[in-house]
Design a protein around this ligand. Structure first.
Ligand code: ATP
Ligand code: MG
Ligand code: MG
Ligand code: MG
Length: 564
């Protein structure tokens, strides 16, 4: 690329409303332009970096056996009504009507669309497993879009969805994706951490996030420097209640419990005494739904109910410990602190429990046999809510440290939530109809650019990891219009490097060295070669890596070889 043909529009100052470094630098370097709150245009240089991230993601997803598709941004409301998320998703879901007054959404995610495809096209176990992914534009009407592309409303996500004939096979693919994500983020050149809800090894609850470690991260990560234990302190927030109570229903027994509305009712139904030593666990998700578990002091009576906070399915409202206690006829003092938005609040003693009675989210029914850890986040999560550095690590292998993280990836064992709600079934080897097991796997493709810059910058600008730099190398000729020798040497090097496959830009804008250097340092090109008459007289040019303190003289003859 020749700079004179390209579009370079750097700014001296970042707009006043830019809050974090990556956002300021992306705007100043002209990589993105703000079009509306949380909505950005990708300018040529930013798009180039974005495409490089996409390419790495595609290569690794393909290598892992996933198959690329492209689903629509606009989705019919019917699919969301079928899954139940039309009601549960909340205001992040952008809804619209077409000219015929039909309801649509702009997809914040694509479980419904892909499940609809799978239920129509996959009929036999012979067609399973299948993993479909896409790199696609999402829209989430974030309450607080900020930090540029890191929390946009419109953003690019890689989302993959896998379908399986058995839970074991889902777990296999989950491990496959875990390894693939590590490859992807390593190739991109990020410092990251896989963050789990459980003991740090894959399995159990089946949800991991991948976080880029950066002070501007919006998540608190507790990790153990002496082991691989790491957990998002607020991981519960990433588990909408609709997912949490989408338990593996095949494994549960549905029990008809007419009239059971309170803990006392349930105790009576189960013929066990209701005491006032009840503890509560609340998972309160962003969408206003809540999962409530009530446990008796001796850890035998357990009740989990999933309800809307506004009490649609129940006269109870779960706004405060007192309200919960009153609603369930329990002693408020026994409940512990509850009501934190988006957190799991749990007593440590829960760890000892395995078998639960849970609300079936259906009037007059409960399930028995629910398994904490398998169907719900494990208790380690909850214990982190007030964690401080130096607390013992839940894996017993040292003490915890805290850092901030930017969530760039999230993998999740969905199990049968969508397949069941939408009827995605297949015939097994014995000709019996079974519900498909599902996994989903997201990567914040556009967020990665902001996250990479948060980790790699200095006072002069961005320092791209080479793998995703808009250009790998810039040739800066000093005296472009004046010196034939400089033009010749620069053009020759440009040709050699381009032919060798280096993504190089030749700055033929005839700018002063100071202007050129400031632009490319701001833009963050990782390698720079300066060619000027002075050096050429000695047969040399200057190489400087973006992180180098000083330039190195390199013989002009050996420049290409030096760079390659
Ligand atoms: P967050 O906790 O940051 O809101 P999320 O948990 O809601 O993210 P997921 O539903 O897990 O997001 O989506 C998969 C990935 O998409 C996330 O890991 C993140 O990298 C990216 N992502 C989510 N929301 C945004 C956004 N508003 N802007 C840019 N990227 C996003
Ligand atoms: Mg999250
Ligand atoms: Mg979110
Ligand atoms: Mg997430």
């Amino acid at each position: 690329m020749r700079a004179s043909h390209y579009f370079i529009a750097t700014l001296k100052e970042a707009p006043a409303d830019a809050e974090v470094t990556s956002q300021k630098l992306m705007l100043r370097a002209g990589l993105i332009k703000k079009t509306a709150a949380g909505i950005y245009s990708w300018m040529p240089m930013g798009l180039k970096a974005l495409r490089k991230v996409e390419r790495i993601v595609r290569e690794e997803m393909n290598r892992a056996g996933a198959i690329e598709v492209l689903m629509p941004a606009v989705q019919p409301a019917e699919l969301w009504q079928e899954s139940g998320r039309w009601t549960f998703y909340g205001p992040e879901l952008l809804r619209l009507k077409d000219r015929h007054d039909r309801d649509f959404v702009i997809g914040p995610t694509h479980e419904e669309v892909i499940t609809d495809i799978a239920r129509r096209d996959i009929r036999s176990y012979k067609q399973l497993p299948k993993h479909f992914y896409q790199v696609q534009t999402k829209f989430r009407d974030e309450i607080r879009p900020r930090f540029g592309v890191m929390r946009g409303r419109e953003f690019v996500m890689k989302d993959g969805y896998s379908f399986h004939a058995s839970f074991e096979d889902l777990v296999r693919e989950y491990h496959n994706m875990y390894a693939t994500y590590i490859r992807i983020f390593t190739r991109i050149g990020l410092q990251f951490r896989a963050v789990a809800a459980d003991t740090g090894s894959i399995g159990g609850t089946g949800s991991h996030e991948f976080h880029v470690i950066a002070d501007t991260g919006e998540d608190d990560i507790a990790y153990c420097p002496d082991s691989d234990y790491a957990a998002n302190v607020e991981l519960a927030e990433a588990l909408p209640a609709s997912k949490v109570h989408g338990v593996a229903k095949q494994a549960l027994t549905k029990v008809h419990t007419p009239g059971v509305k309170t803990i006392a009712d349930l105790a009576a139904f189960l013929k066990i005494p209701a005491t006032d030593t009840v503890k509560a666990i609340v998972v309160e998700a962003e969408d206003g739904a809540a999962v409530l578990m009530l446990l008796r002091g001796d850890h035998e009576l357990n009740e989990i109910k999933a309800q809307k906070l506004d009490g649609i399915k129940s006269p109870l409202t779960f706004a405060s410990p007192e309200a919960i206690a009153a609603g369930f006829g329990a002693n408020p003092g026994s409940l512990g602190p509850v009501g934190f938005k988006g957190r799991v609040i749990m007593d440590r003693s829960v760890a000892a429990m395995s078998d639960f009675v849970i609300g079936a989210n259906e009037d007059d029914y409960h399930y028995t046999g629910a398994n904490i850890g398998r169907d719900f986040p494990g208790p380690e999560l909850a214990d982190l809510r007030n964690v401080v550095a130096g607390d013992p690590s839940p894996d017993g292998k040292g003490t915890l440290a805290l850092c901030r993280g930017i969530e760039v990836g999230h993998i999740f064992q969905l199990r049968t939530k969508y397949a069941e709600a939408m009827g995605a079934r297949f015939l097994d080897e014995n000709g019996r109809e079974q519900v498909m097991e599902m996994g989903c796997y997201g990567i914040g493709v556009s967020r990665i650019l902001g996250a990479a810059i948060e980790q790699n910058n200095d006072a002069r600008g961005i320092i791209w990891p080479t793998a995703i730099a808009p250009f790998e190398l810039v040739i800066c000729p000093v005296g472009w219009s004046k010196s034939e020798a400089v033009r010749e040497a620069a053009n020759a090097l440009y040709t050699d490097l381009t032919e060798a496959g280096v993504d190089v830009i030749l700055d033929d804008r005839n700018e002063r060295p100071g202007v050129m250097f400031a632009d490319w340092e701001l833009i963050g090109v990782p390698h720079r070669i300066v060619i000027g008459d002075r050096g050429l007289k000695e047969g040399s040019a200057e190489y400087q890596g973006r992180r180098d303190e000083a330039a190195t003289a390199v013989p002009v003859d050996g420049l290409a070889a030096f760079v390659l």
